[in-house]
Design a protein around this ligand. Structure first.
Ligand code: APR
Length: 233
């Protein structure tokens, strides 16, 4: 039976693909107010601004490629049962070949009618469509007549896949965290569900913002840290 690895990734794993992180200097939240472009309140107040923000990020993703960290994570599937639980909305894990990916905060290439699919409405994937790297505009309506919105978990919204993510971390033999500042809950608290005997590694070139004696810190960028992690296995 292959050992199980739960890999929790954040924006840092895509940094070397040229996709900016949120909280590093010059990061996305230095340039945009998240409450304006990425919150449920912001969507209600000015949906065009939100649509434009995600159209820009979708176009940026079209020009990006998976980096060696994504590829090494995908290669682990040969020897391990790997579950990637990502806060990222990019599709670079899938494009690198990872086959078990959970997007806690949604997916940039997908949209859904604005009046469907939240936890209370028994979240239904059937209303979600994949538009690749195309744009969405105000006035683009779903068959049910509702405005299309990004299939993204906005600040202030529930994280529908959280239970599944907790289940996967709770049964992992090894937990690896790559490139997240561990600032946004509930994603940031997921690693704490690791079974007592399971080691937890974190790959990040800067100080770990949430010091925790259980975290073995590999102080490297993701592409180098992944090589060091694989040597440890
Ligand atoms: N390799 C690995 N880690 C890196 C690299 C790199 N090349 N460059 C930066 N990092 C690290 C930073 O040191 C930081 O700890 O990646 C982390 C990025 O943190 P954030 O920008 O806060 O991104 P993330 O933790 O993914 O944000 C979580 O916040 O705004 C919301 O929904 C958004 O999913 C996002 C969530």
């Amino acid at each position: 039976m292959k050992k199980r690895i739960a890999i929790l990734t954040g924006a840092g794993v895509s940094a070397e693909s040229g996709i900016g992180t949120f909280r590093d200097n010059g990061g996305l939240w230095d340039r945009y107010d998240p409450m304006t472009v990425a919150s449920d309140e912001g969507w209600r107040r000015n949906p065009s601004l939100v649509l434009e923000f995600y159209n820009k990020r979708r176009l940026e993703l079209k020009g990006a490629k998976p980096n060696k960290a994504h590829l090494l994570i995908a290669s682990l599937e040969k020897e391990y049962n790997v579950d990637v639980i990502t806060q990222n909305v990019d599709n670079l894990h899938e494009r690198a070949g990872s086959t078990h990916v959970i997007h806690l905060h949604g997916e940039l290439t997908k949209i859904r009618p604005e009046n469907c699919c939240n936890e209370r409405d028994n979240y239904s994937e059937r209303s979600v469509i994949d538009i690749g790297y195309d744009e969405v505009r105000l006035g683009d309506k779903a068959p049910n007549g509702a405005q299309y919105r990004p299939h993204i978990v906005f600040f202030g919204e529930a994280v529908p896949k959280l239970e599944r993510a907790i289940e996967l971390v709770s049964r992992a033999d090894i937990v690896l965290i790559v490139g997240t500042s561990l600032q946004v809950y509930p994603a940031a608290g997921l690693y704490r569900y690791a079974p007592d005997g399971s080691p937890i590694y974190i790959i990040d070139p800067s100080d770990v913002k949430v010091p925790d004696p259980r975290l073995h810190h590999i102080r490297e960028v993701a592409t180098v840290g992944m090589e060091k992690f694989i040597e440890l296995l």
